[in-house]
Design a protein. Structure first.
Length: 201
């Protein structure tokens, strides 16, 4: 019987293998279904400062798992139903370097603006041409609670601004006209239907 048991890392409890598999199944289900719908109020209201006593490392790990699973380049806590003013993002997409930002604040926007295609995990398949500042000055606390003051440019600045929108209860769909948004939604709908037909063919 003992040969079929696994010992936990703390060495105190013996857990049948099926329980570990069950836990993995639960985690897989949560990751696959963790994104809240666009109608959830948590996405529409500005977030207050992070909770006192927040386990920052645990939240960072949760955000990392969810973002990587959904193949995103940034993810805010409220997108997965967690009411904390925090997000994770790639600071360098090519090098796969990430930062987790707690209580972020943009203090200055550059005058130079750039229009680029943007998507969002909350709106899968929807792409919009969004104008944003090429550079920003921002501050945030890292996972260890240390204050970081940094200047960002290019894609890094765009991702930060996109996730910062979520902190403020807004999102990229509010940065284009209703006409352009509706056109993009129709394109996304056609692509989804085409994808379904391709899979069933």
């Amino acid at each position: 019987m003992d040969e079929q048991m696994e010992v936990n890392t703390d060495g105190w409890h013996k857990v049948p293998p099926f329980e570990a598999e069950h836990a993995k199944t639960i985690m897989d289900f949560w990751v696959n279904n963790c994104l809240v719908p666009v109608t959830d109020p948590i996405l529409r209201n500005p977030l207050d400062s992070c909770s006192i006593g927040l386990d920052r490392k645990a939240l960072q790990n949760t955000l990392k798992i969810a973002m990587e699973h959904h193949q995103g380049i940034g993810l805010s806590a409220n997108q997965i139903g967690i009411k904390e003013r925090a997000f994770i993002m790639y600071s360098d997409v090519k090098k796969k370097e990430m930062i987790t930002c707690f209580d972020p604040l943009i203090t200055e926007y550059s005058e130079e603006k750039i229009i680029m295609d943007e998507g969002c995990l909350t709106w899968p398949g929807l792409w919009l041409k969004v104008e944003r500042s090429e550079g920003i000055q921002c501050v945030y606390n890292d996972v260890d609670g240390e204050l970081v003051q940094v200047q960002m440019h290019g894609l890094e600045a765009r991702i930060f601004q996109h996730e910062y929108d979520h902190m403020e209860g807004t999102n990229f769909t509010q940065k284009v006209s209703r006409l352009k948004l509706n056109m993009a939604k129709r394109r996304a709908s056609k692509m989804r239907k085409k994808s379904i037909l391709t899979k069933t063919a």
